[in-house]
Design a protein around this ligand. Structure first.
Ligand code: R7I
Ligand code: MG
Ligand code: MG
Length: 314
C-alpha cells in the first residue's frame, strides 16, 4: 500500500514537536527532568507556550528539499543545502565546523573525514535527519539504507555515525509500513538487526530483542553519539507504537540528548500513526514563523507528491 500524505505530515510534525519539546531540557539528567518535569507533564505542555525546534529539524529540512528537488541524495547538493539553511540552532561542534567550511567554499570533505581523531563523526546527526527519507524510499529497504548512508556523508563519515543513519531510516520505513496493523515488535527489531553493519548496533539489537517493553532503556544510552541514542529512540517507539505522547515522554525521561531522542522517536511514531497521532495542541504550539509549522507541513506535502511520482513509475 502506498504511504499517505498524513504519514509524511506525521513525520514532520512528530519530529519537530519532539525536537522542540525536548529542546528546553537538552543536557539535563533524567533525575532533574523527573524532579522538574516529569516527562509526561512536559509532553502535556499545559502552559501552551510557543516551542522552537533545533538543528535536528533544520537539517531534516535540507534532506527533504534535496529529495523534492532531485528525487535522490547527491552529497554535494545536500551539503550546499545544509549551508544555505543554517542560522545556528544548536549544532554539534563537528557539524558546525563542517557546515561553516561548506559555506566558506573550503575543503569540507577532508574536514568531514578527519574531525574527531581522524575518523569522522559518530554523532547522531546523520540519524536525526533521516526519517522522511525512510518513507520516501519505502518499501525498498536496501535502497533506504543506501540513500541514508549518502545523506549522512556530508557530516558523518565514521562507520557508527553512518550505521545509525541507515538504521533509523530503515526503522522509519518499517514503522510507516506497519500503519493500520497491530505492531509486531519482535519482527520489527529482528528486521532492523539484519541491517546493522557494525558490532555496536548488532549487539544492541540482540539485547533489545531480549527486553520486555517495560524494562529500562538505560543500557542503550542517551547522549549525542549514534550508538548511545539511535536504539534508545527506536525502543521508545517500539515499546509504545500506538501513542505519540507515551513515545516521546519516555524519550524525554531518559535525560541528556532529549531533543534528539524525542525528535527521532516522535518521527517514527508519526510515520506509523500519521499526523492524527500527534496531539493538535502541541502542533499548534510549534513556532510558525520562517520555516515554521506551515512551512514544514507544506514541505511534507511536496515530498509526498514527489514520492507518489516514484510509485506511479515503479
Ligand atoms: O552528530 P551531530 O550533528 O550532533 C547532533 C547532536 C544532536 O544532539 C543535536 O541536537 C545537537 O545538539 O548535536 O554533530 P557532531 O559534532 O558530528 O557530533 C556530536 C557530538 O558527538 C560531538 O560534539 C562529540 O561530542 C561527539 N562525537 C564524538 N566523540 C568522540 N569521538 C562525535 N564523533 C565523535 C568521535 O569520533
Ligand atoms: Mg538539536
Ligand atoms: Mg540533541
Amino acid at each position: 500500500m502506498p504511504l499517505t500524505k498524513d504519514q509524511f505530515a506525521g513525520v514532520m510534525m512528530g519530529l519537530a514537536v519532539g525536537d522542540a519539546l525536548g529542546a528546553a531540557w537538552e543536557g539535563m539528567t533524567s533525575d532533574l527532568i523527573f524532579e522538574m518535569g516529569p516527562a509526561d507533564k512536559i509532553v502535556e505542555h499545559a502552559s501552551g507556550r510557543e516551542i522552537y525546534y533545533t538543528d535536528d529539524t533544520q537539517m531534516t529540512i535540507s534532506v527533504v528539499q534535496t529529495l523534492i528537488e532531485l528525487g535522490t541524495i547527491e552529497k554535494h547538493y545536500l551539503a550546499r543545502k545544509f549551508a544555505e539553511n543554517h542560522p545556528d540552532r544548536g549544532y554539534g561542534q563537528g557539524a558546525r565546523r563542517i557546515i561553516n567550511a561548506i559555506g566558506a567554499g573550503e575543503d569540507w570533505e577532508t574536514l568531514a573525514a578527519n574531525v574527531f581523531n581522524g575518523k569522522g563523526s559518530l554523532g547522531n546527526g546523520g540519524a536525526m535527519r533521516v526519517v522522511p527519507l525512510g518513507l520516501f524510499f519505502a518499501p525498498d529497504l536496501n535502497l533506504v539504507a543506501e540513500q541514508a548512508a549518502l545523506s549522512a556523508a556530508p557530516t558523518h563519515t565514521h562507520e557508527i555515525g553512518v550505521d545509525g543513519a541507515r538504521l533509523m531510516a530503515v526503522a522509519a520505513a518499517l514503522a510507516a509500513e506497519s500503519a493500520g496493523q497491530p505492531f509486531d515488535r519482535q519482527a520489527f527489531l529482528t528486521q532492523l538487526r539484519s541491517f546493522a553493519e557494525t558490532e555496536e548496533f548488532q549487539w544492541q539489537f540482540d539485547h533489545a530483542l531480549e527486553l520486555e517493553p517495560h524494562q529500562s532503556l538505560r543500557s542503550f544510552g542517551c547522549s549525542l553519539e549514534a550508538q548511545r541514542s539511535v536504539v534508545t529512540s527506536v525502543m521508545c517507539f517500539a515499546n509504545s507504537p500506538d501513542s505519540y505522547p507515551e513515545t516521546i515522554s519516555r524519550a524525554i525521561g531518559q535525560g541528556d540528548d532529549v531533543d534528539t531522542l524525542a525528535a527521532m522517536a516522535g518521527a517514527l511514531a508519526g510515520a506509523r500513526l500519521g499526523i492524527g497521532g500527534v496531539p493538535k495542541h502541541l502542533i499548534d504550539c510549534l513556532e510558525d514563523n520562517h520555516q515554521g509549522q506551515s512551512f514544514l507541513l507544506d514541505l511534507a506535502e511536496q515530498l509526498w507528491r514527489r514520492y507518489q511520482l516514484g510509485c506511479a513509475s515503479a
